[in-house]
Ligand binder design. Structure first.
Ligand SMILES: Nc1ncnc2c1ncn2[C@@H]1O[C@H](COP(=O)(O)OP(=O)(O)OP(=O)(O)O)[C@@H](O)[C@H]1O
Length: 412
């Protein structure tokens, strides 16, 4: 029967892996309890499996020290290159909707944590799926510890909708001072101080375009400065589908330009009215505000540089082997290069493994996929990237052990 002949090798290898490690199965089937007692009965996509479990849960380590991180001398082009060094590195995973960005980002974050890096995985996609992917509730817009990896792994789902609501509520309740409080919390307080005078309150009913990204970027600013985030040596971003990501990346430039304009405007006003202002003793205050604004601009420049810093940042494009997805990936790669964002790797996810059976559907799909994969070597954008091929596995990727399994396939 066709349904039986479509079985790929992955479920059996995942199951043999899980038979060796009970925790793996507990995560794949997210409704299973965290610690399964042997024997357990599991409902799989192809019926019931009877698996006995023997490996107890590993005790959680208390130390946050980076353990098995490769030294820079061992640097090579694969995962060793990504994991080496204890200086902070940022990985941004992006691509078309549904290709496996979240699964790839989450699996990379788990692998970093299991290799000794205190890791943070951040979702800037308004439609978060980190919680679904980890099978844990990670919502709330704050750092949430992820249960399972050997070393600390935290998740942060930035919720732009909620933040925008808070933004509106704050403005209605408290006017400009409320907005200032809100923006202070977002690390944008200095900007609010300046914009407050420009009647920002009136703009709040129609939030300015790019506010989502402003919120996401302000979190990045916090990463750079706040003590709370200083422990993380790897930060993985699960970004929103392509368009959003590009806006996010160009936002620091946009803000830099806007702040530059405000500063110039203020300077003009200040010089024209300095005589009057000095009479009222406000000149010093004004200068102080201008200094603060300069500082904010410097921060934005820092963020912009960070996104373009080949030593600390890499954008990984995730795609699937279809003509449509690869065409979009090619455009994304071109835009990123134009923005001078470092791109090295292309993950081609969900590749059908060769079918050992006579499943015609599988054979046709795979032939199509191979044709699409062939496009890559002739594509002026994609051909220069290191291609990582990841198979379509026949179980749903949910929970830390499943992500660990996927991570070991993708990130080698
Ligand atoms: N290699 C794979 N094998 C099997 N299933 C996969 C694989 N990669 C991803 N999936 C599944 O595909 C679905 C979509 O994956 P994921 O949520 O990671 O994509 P996404 O690009 O982040 O989607 P979105 O743009 O909607 O956020 C999920 O159900 C995930 O478990």
């Amino acid at each position: 029967m066709a349904t039986q002949s479509c079985v790929s090798p992955f479920s059996s290898s995942l199951r043999s892996l899980t038979a060796r490690n009970s925790m793996a199965v507990a995560g794949v089937f997210s409704y299973a309890p965290r610690i399964l007692k042997p024997p357990a009965l599991l409902l799989t996509t192809r019926g019931l499996s009877f698996i006995s479990f023997s490996v107890p849960r590993k005790p959680r380590r208390k130390s946050f020290q980076v353990r098995s991180v490769a030294s820079p001398a061992e640097t090579v082009a694969g995962f060793d290159d990504m994991v080496s060094g204890t200086q902070r590195k940022y990985y941004m995973l992006g691509g078309k909707g549904g290709v496996g960005k979240t699964s790839s980002a989450a699996s990379l974050a788990v692998k970093f944590a299991n290799n000794g890096h205190p890791t943070l995985v951040v979702s800037t996609d308004p439609a978060h799926s980190l919680s679904d992917s980890f099978a844990q509730d990670l919502s709330g817009g704050t750092l949430v510890p992820v249960e399972g990896p050997d070393h600390p792994l935290f998740a942060l789902e930035i919720n732009p909708e909620k933040a925008r609501e808070e933004f509106r509520a704050a403005s209605k309740k408290n006017g400009v001072s409320g907005v200032r409080d809100f923006m202070d919390g977002m690390g944008l307080g200095m900007l609010a101080e300046q914009l407050g005078e420009l009647k920002l309150g009136e703009l709040l009913d129609t939030p300015p375009p790019g506010l989502d990204e402003a919120i996401a970027i302000s979190k990045v600013i916090q990463f750079l400065e706040s003590q709370e985030y200083s422990m993380f040596t790897r930060i993985v971003f699960d970004t929103a589908p392509t368009g959003h990501t590009l806006r996010l990346l160009s936002l620091p430039d946009f803000l830099d330009a806007s702040i530059g304009k405000i500063l110039k405007l203020r300077q003009k006003i200040a010089s024209a009215t300095s005589a009057i202002k000095s009479v009222f003793g406000q000149e010093e205050q004004r200068q102080d505000a201008a200094d603060k604004l300069e500082k904010l601009r410097d921060r934005m420049i820092k963020v912009r540089e960070l996104f373009r810093d080949t030593d600390s940042t890499e954008f990984v494009i995730v795609t699937i082997p279809t003509v449509m997805a690869l065409s979009e990936s090619s455009r994304l790669s071109a835009s990123l290069k134009k923005e001078n964002v470092p791109v090295k790797r292309l993950v081609v996810n969900q590749i059908l493994p060769p079918s050992a059976s006579d499943c015609k559907f599988c054979a046709m799909r795979r032939k199509d996929q191979m044709r699409a994969l062939d496009m890559i070597k002739d594509d002026p954008e994609l051909s220069s990237l290191v291609m990582i091929q990841a198979p379509l596995v026949d179980v749903e990727i949910r929970g830390v052990p499943a992500l660990q399994y996927l991570g070991d396939i993708i990130w080698k």
